[in-house]
Design a protein around this ligand. Structure first.
Ligand SMILES: [Zn+2]
Length: 281
């Protein structure tokens, strides 16, 4: 049977229109589907998805009493650091007692070891030095990241009997302080009732400056003549007592799941204070 030409043409037209419309409907239907990433689909097939890592807690904000550092020194000083400093002033960070292990002045063992008979973090050193080292390293890393001219100094041995040896913290501090470098030594104070709390014991060999002031505002200030003037401050060392090695602070440091975060938060406090002290007013 032959059909007139106009019908044939219409048929083709109708078929084409139907096809195009069906295609369009398919495309639209697919577009409305939520996108499925192949990795997600794969993960669902291969193994159950891991729950997302919990976000680390933000560092506790400074307060009185301080949730991170514990109490501030119970023996506060009244000095003010007013001397302006160059923004490019070199800062050297040392770990307290880094050259005086197994001798007088080796630092506090902390409450956990001394009272609770826990094992020391490292048998070669008092726990205070162990934590001093961790905070020192993080302060230097973070300070450099923020563009501060900051470095660390660590003596070559854990025990140097002669404090006049050129590699001790004291000898290095004396020499570098005379050249205008700012010497910051990280410490943790003894537990109660022996410890005093957090704060800066400032240098004795120079006028106190805006970095001393900023650290004192952030951590507390000890009297300038604390214990009749200590050996470190006489050689230009600012002794920063982070806090007493006891209670919540020590527990957080000793807990492997909270250690890194706690050291980080302590370092942020120090570096924030350094940054504020270096800013021209
Ligand atoms: Zn100490």
């Amino acid at each position: 049977m032959t059909l007139p030409g106009w019908i044939c043409q219409r048929r083709i037209c109708v078929t084409l229109t139907v096809s195009v419309l069906s295609l369009l409907a398919l495309v639209l239907a697919n577009a409305a589907e939520p996108p499925t990433s192949p990795t997600l689909a794969q993960r669902n097939w291969l193994k159950p998805m891991k729950p997302p890592e919990p976000e680390p807690e933000p560092c506790p904000a400074p307060a009185t009493p301080d949730p991170l550092l514990g109490p501030r020194t119970r023996k506060p000083g009244a000095w003010k650091g007013r001397q302006p400093v160059r923004q490019s002033m070199p800062i050297v960070v040392m770990a307290g007692h880094a050259d005086s292990q197994n001798m007088a002045g080796s630092g506090t063992p902390g409450y956990a070891v001394d009272v609770l008979n826990k094992s020391p973090m490292d048998p070669r050193m008092r726990d205070e030095l162990y934590w001093n080292f961790l905070v020192q390293k993080e302060v230097v890393r973070l300070g450099q990241e923020r563009g501060i001219k900051i470095s660390g100094y660590t003596p070559p041995a854990l025990t140097i009997h002669n404090h006049k040896h050129p590699a001790t913290n004291w000898s290095q501090a004396k020499q570098r302080s005379a050249q205008g470098e700012y010497i910051l030594e990280i410490h943790f104070d003894a537990y109660r009732p022996y410890g005093f709390g957090s704060g800066l014991i400032p240098a004795l060999n120079r006028p106190l400056n805006t970095v001393d002031e900023s650290l004192a505002e952030a951590f507390g200030r000890f009297p300038r003549d604390f214990r009749g003037g200590l050996g470190g401050p006489r050689r230009g060392i600012g002794i920063l007592e982070i806090g007493m090695l006891e209670g919540e602070l020590e527990q957080k440091l000793r807990d492997p799941s909270r250690r890194e975060e706690t050291v980080q938060c302590l370092a942020v406090r120090v570096v924030d204070a350094l940054e504020r002290g270096l800013k021209p007013n």
